[in-house]
Design a protein around this ligand. Structure first.
Ligand SMILES: Cc1cc2nc3c(=O)[nH]c(=O)nc-3n(C[C@H](O)[C@H](O)[C@H](O)COP(=O)(O)O)c2cc1C
Length: 232
């Protein structure tokens, strides 16, 4: 803990100047605030042809037209080097039953070793890109490298364009991916979670907001209901 770092307990709200905290303290703060984050289980191929796999939770969707995703690599890791060299990667969403295998692929291995082998994972050929999919993943985004963007001293943000989607039929319901069936593992600071309760809300129009009664406006114009009740 740095001298002006996190107190053990807080008896009043914390107002934090990130410049006063150590990188380690800031990592714990930042990564446990923006949660849950999906985990990009990124598959790449090295210039020697070795298949590499590593989880990245600084990951998200950017937009859908065109369909872009991003993730951020800290340091000159194999994933970053391979993305630059090959210009392609696959984001596999992590199913709950492969959580331990995912953890194993975060081990810093020599560049001559493939995480697929050590984690006992089966590579499955992709449709459009050279990096492979992970067998058992319910959704895989085959991506071409759109651009990279360096941030700070060590971070490389990687933007990818999805050129092909693989969606397992078991997660497809009523014309869409059902998030509950997809059940992606997500990152909570140093911990993990799965999808919990799911609910829906109606979004009111501006006119409905204006005409709603004062006081109970929110309850009147925004109706929430459990998605599971509706689905069953
Ligand atoms: C759940 C999880 C999320 C991670 N997220 C990131 C991340 O967003 N960025 C990063 O650089 N490393 C992240 N890591 C660590 C990398 O997976 C790890 O450094 C790995 O060895 C990199 O492998 P590579 O050298 O084959 O690319 C994460 C690890 C785990 C377990």
């Amino acid at each position: 803990m740095s001298p002006s770092g996190p107190p053990l307990e807080a008896r009043e709200p914390l107002e934090i100047d990130p410049g006063l905290w150590s990188p380690d303290d800031l990592y714990h703060l930042h990564s446990s605030l923006i949660v849950p984050r999906p985990i990009a289980w990124v598959s790449t191929v090295s210039s020697a042809g070795l298949h590499n796999l590593a989880p990245h939770s600084y990951f998200n969707a950017i937009c859908d037209d065109p369909p872009l995703v991003m993730f951020c690599v800290e340091g000159e890791k194999h994933t970053y080097i391979n993305c630059l060299a090959g210009g392609e990667f696959v984001v596999n969403l992590v199913p709950l039953h492969l959580a331990k295998e995912m953890e194993l692929t975060a081990v810093n291995m020599p560049e001559t070793e493939s995480e697929f082998r050590w984690a006992g994972l089966e590579p499955v050929p992709s449709r459009v890109v050279a990096p492979v999919r992970v067998k058992g993943a319910k959704a895989c985004l085959e991506c071409s490298l759109e651009r990279t963007f360096d941030v700070g001293k060590r971070n490389h943000v990687i933007f990818g364009r999805v050129v092909h989607y693989f969606i397992d039929c078991s997660v497809w319901r009523k014309g869409r991916v059902d998030p509950e069936l997809l059940g992606p593992l997500a990152r909570l600071g140093g911990r993990y979670c799965e999808i919990g309760d799911i609910f829906k809300q109606s979004r009111p129009s501006w006119r409905e907001v204006q005409t709603a009664a004062n006081g109970d406006t929110l309850d009147l114009v925004v109706q929430s209901r459990s998605f599971r009740e509706e689905a069953s």
